[in-house]
Design a protein. Structure first.
Length: 254
């Protein structure tokens, strides 16, 4: 089986807003970056399949400028079979990234399974996976929880339908699936010897010409909602009276 995992190098989600800076429409060079959380879970799903299915290949791909290579260096510490960066000469949005990867796969052959993070962790749009599946002309499964072979050449995929429902579907290969938050599952720690070996491995780079889906005109931080919080002390009756006074003030101010 051939599994492809997409990775994205994003600004650290734990970074305080005050430290997030932009340069030419992109996060500044000094902003700490990491592999997206959903991408890490996708990689673990692929590694777990490789543990149980012999002759399974795990490949990783990142789309973007040179710094996206760092996400692939993380993947190499897990002895993935191939780490490749797709370079494009235009601004990236989710649809443009999907077009770039689809063009790459059209030239190299489709993998059996493509695993993408449900959301990227920075833009959080969640459209890359379904867009890629549509461009590849293969089925798409959202919010994957687990995937296992059925013993007959197809795969059984558990996924989330809504907040109250999960279902299992049987799919022929190939297909694309987005991986959601899976309880009790996180990316394993790499072995020290594999981390050392990864430094000697090469990240391949391929340039793909793609027409951008969007043209970036402006990028800026969204304004944070203003919060006006007032603590009321005293007994319960006194707090209720003060709350009524506050509501009366707000009403008169409108």
């Amino acid at each position: 089986m051939d599994i492809l995992v997409t990775l994205k190098w994003i600004p650290d989600p734990e970074l305080p807003d005050a430290l997030l800076t932009f340069e030419d429409g992109r996060p500044g060079a000094r902003v700490p970056h990491t592999v997206g959380l959903f991408d890490k879970i996708s990689l673990e799903v692929a590694l777990a399949l490789r543990d149980h299915l012999l002759e399974t290949r795990v490949r990783c791909v990142a789309i973007g400028p040179k710094d996206a290579t760092e996400a692939l260096r993380v993947a190499l510490t897990y002895l993935v079979d191939d780490a490749r960066r797709i370079d494009v000469d235009c601004a990236l949005d989710s649809m443009t990234a999907a077009r770039a990867l689809a063009a790459h796969l059209a030239g190299t052959g489709q993998p059996d399974v493509v695993l993408v993070g449900e959301q990227s962790g920075d833009w959080d749009q969640g459209i890359f996976g379904p867009a890629l599946a549509a461009l590849m002309g293969v089925p798409f499964v959202p919010r994957l929880l687990s995937v296992n072979p059925d013993g007959k050449g197809e795969m059984l995929v558990d996924h989330v339908v809504d907040e109250h429902t999960e279902e299992t579907v049987r799919l022929p290969l190939p297909f694309v699936a987005s991986v959601t938050m899976i309880p009790h599952l996180k990316l394993r720690q790499p072995k020290l010897k594999d981390m050392i070996a990864a430094k000697r491995r090469e990240v391949l780079v391929e340039t793909v010409e793609v027409v951008p889906a969007l043209s970036l005109a402006r990028l800026e931080k969204a304004p944070r909602p203003q919060k006006n919080c007032r603590l009321l002390d005293g007994t319960l009756e006194e707090q209720v009276a003060k709350a009524l006074d506050v509501l009366a003030e707000w009403r008169s101010a409108q």
